[in-house]
Ligand binder design. Structure first.
Ligand code: NDP
Ligand code: GDR
Length: 349
């Protein structure tokens, strides 16, 4: 039975990955941060009573900014595989908290790798959650040979994490790999990322409890996949005999505008667009109601215009491929948010 340690287990990917590894028979340890209210909603269904015997899902308090606690957890767990998913992962927030983002995302990765080295965990395999944001505005399609051009504090921090992972692999022979993952979403996506913000708004507008949704750059293009497919890719990366760096992407890009149109189409609304720039609005073609407005506060100091990945290496060497289509992803997210709203509404009666 293999043992895995997941940092960021309470996040979107952490929840899906824990589920996948438990299904494969792993013992899964996760690191969660102390919070003033429960933050384990995404792994609630995996929870096991701490008093039960033979538990396969165990949580530890910890933080990537605290080396002492990471060393203790690694010493205690001595995992076969570490998935480093913990991060301040919001690009726009990283402009407001650049130092914290660097501490958690860049130095946090170093702290884990150094803990592996000093504890002599030379057989532990390490996965680093690298990102398509590393490419910035490098022309698409981007693959493992595309030069990085980070253009946010988040991407700059992740650039350090990428290279320190490569450095520990080359210098000390650690089995340390980067997954350069393009955007991946799902019903448990954080509420302030654009896809989930849109699908929640669509459900709330349909229910009559929200008038419209305010967005930033409608023309940004992203290569959106489903998180379930991507955590499978993470696992496959660590099953390789040799460590390496892999892009995971669908190869298709859509704009934020495309995403909004498809999401509204799920509730039978066809959107049309009026105006330009900050005064552009999305209007229900039948009723004439304005449902989408632009708010410059959601536009970033530097924008990444077009990310579209070429994941041939992963497809050939890992046998990985995404299963969900863009339309299936949008449909699942809208349906989930409609269901969630119905449940909370009924519970409030
Ligand atoms: P989330 O934001 O949903 O989850 C991030 C996780 O990290 C949460 O569990 C969060 O805890 C935890 N965390 C944040 N700061 C710290 C810290 N200082 N110490 C310990 N834990 C911390 O991200 P995703 O699940 O979407 O992404 C997972 C990883 O993959 C991230 O590193 C992200 O940058 C990267 N990535 C994501 C992509 C995507 O499209 N989803 C694409 C490419 C890379 P809490 O719940 O308490 O906030
Ligand atoms: P991203 O995801 O920055 O790609 O990072 P996000 O969903 O935040 O933005 C995608 C694109 O949509 C544009 N946008 C808006 N974004 C948000 N959040 N809110 C809005 O109102 C809005 N309007 C337009 C953004 O400008 C951007 O162009 C995600 C994170 O998961 C990172 O951790 C990960 O590394 C990358 O994906 C790959």
């Amino acid at each position: 039975m293999k043992t895995a340690l997941i940092t960021g287990v309470t996040g979107q990917d952490g929840g899906y990955l824990a589920e996948l590894l438990l299904g494969k028979g792993y013992v899964v340890h996760g690191i969660k941060r102390r919070a003033s209210s429960f933050n384990t909603g995404r792994v609630e269904h995996l929870y096991q009573d701490p008093h039960a015997c033979n538990r396969r899902f165990l949580l530890h308090y910890g933080d990537l900014t605290d080396a002492t606690n990471l060393i203790r957890i690694l010493q205690e767990v001595r995992p076969d595989e570490i998935y480093n998913l913990a991060a301040q992962s919001h690009v726009q927030v990283s402009f407001e908290t650049p130092e914290y983002t660097a501490n958690a995302d860049a130095l946090g990765t170093l702290r884990l790798l150094e803990a592996m080295r000093v504890l002599g965990l030379m057989h532990t395999r390490f996965y680093q959650a690298s990102t398509s944001e590393l490419y910035g505005n490098a022309p698409p399609p981007q693959n493992e040979d595309t030069p990085f051009q980070p253009c946010s504090p988040y991407a700059a921090a992740k650039l350090y994490a990428y290279w320190i992972t490569v450095t520990y692999r080359d210098a000390y022979g650690l089995h340390a790999s980067n997954g350069i993952l393009f955007n991946h979403e799902g019903p448990t996506r954080g509420e302030t990322f654009v896809t989930r913000k849109i699908t929640r708004a669509v459900a709330a507008i349909e229910a009559g409890i929200q008038d419209c949704v305010y967005l930033g750059n409608l023309d940004a293009k992203r290569d959106w996949g489903h998180a379930r497919d991507y955590v499978e890719g993470m696992w496959r990366i660590l099953q390789q005999d040799a460590p390496g760096d892999y892009v995971l992407a669908t190869g298709q890009a859509y704009s934020v505008r495309d995403f909004v149109e498809r999401a509204f189409a799920q509730i039978g609304v066809q959107l049309g667009w009026d105006g330009v720039g900050p005064s552009e609005v999305g209007v229900d073609r039948v009723s004439g109601r304005t449902l989408v407005r632009v708010d410059p506060r959601y536009v970033r100091p530097t924008e990444v215009a077009h990310l579209q990945g070429d994941s041939r290496r992963a497809r050939e060497r890992l046998g990985w491929q995404p299963h969900y289509t863009f339309d299936e992803l949008v449909r699942e997210m809208v349906e989930s948010d409609r269901g969630e709203l119905r449940r909370t509404h009924n519970a409030g009666r």
